[in-house]
Design a protein around this ligand. Structure first.
Ligand code: AMP
Ligand code: ZN
Length: 114
C-alpha cells in the first residue's frame, strides 16, 4: 500500500520518531500530540481499522494492545494512567485508514473525551 501514510512509516520511507518496534508493530510519536505522551502503535500489516484487523487477524489485535501497554511503561505513564484509543470510522475522527492505537497520557484525562 505505497499510498498509505502509515505503510510508508512502517517501510521507513516517511520519517517518524520511532520509540519502539518489534517484528509486528512500529510505535512512533504523533505529529500533533494531544497529551505530553502521544504515541501511535501501528501494526506492520495493513488493515484499514480495528474491526478489519480483528476480523482478519485477532491475534494481532492482542499484540497491538500488549505493545501499547509496553509503550506506556517505557514512557513512564503506566502508574499515573493512560488511554488507548482506536478511532474507528470517520464519524469517530479516524483520518488515517491504517489501524493505529493512540497511547495518551502524562496529564489528567477527562471522561468522556471531548
Ligand atoms: P486518527 O484521527 O485516529 O486516524 O489518528 C491519526 C493520527 O495520526 C492523528 O493524531 C495525526 O496527528 C497523526 N499523524 C498524521 N500524520 C502523521 C505522521 N506523518 N507522523 C505521525 N503522526 C501522524
Ligand atoms: Zn497501511
Amino acid at each position: 500500500m505505497a499510498e498509505c501514510l502509515f505503510c510508508r512509516v512502517v517501510a521507513g520511507t516517511l520519517p517518524a520518531t520511532v520509540v519502539h518496534q518489534t517484528d509486528r508493530v512500529v510505535a512512533f510519536r504523533d505529529i500533533a500530540p494531544q497529551a505530553p505522551t502521544h504515541v501511535l502503535v501501528v501494526p506492520r500489516d495493513h488493515h484499514p481499522d480495528a474491526a478489519a484487523m480483528v476480523a482478519a487477524d485477532p491475534e494481532l489485535a492482542g499484540v497491538v494492545l500488549a505493545e501499547a501497554a509496553r509503550v506506556a511503561e517505557q514512557e513512564g505513564i503506566d502508574r499515573t494512567g493512560y488511554r488507548i484509543v482506536l478511532n474507528t470510522g470517520p464519524g469517530a475522527g479516524q483520518t488515517v485508514f491504517h489501524v493505529h492505537a493512540h497511547v495518551l497520557g502524562g496529564r489528567p484525562l477527562g471522561w468522556p473525551p471531548g
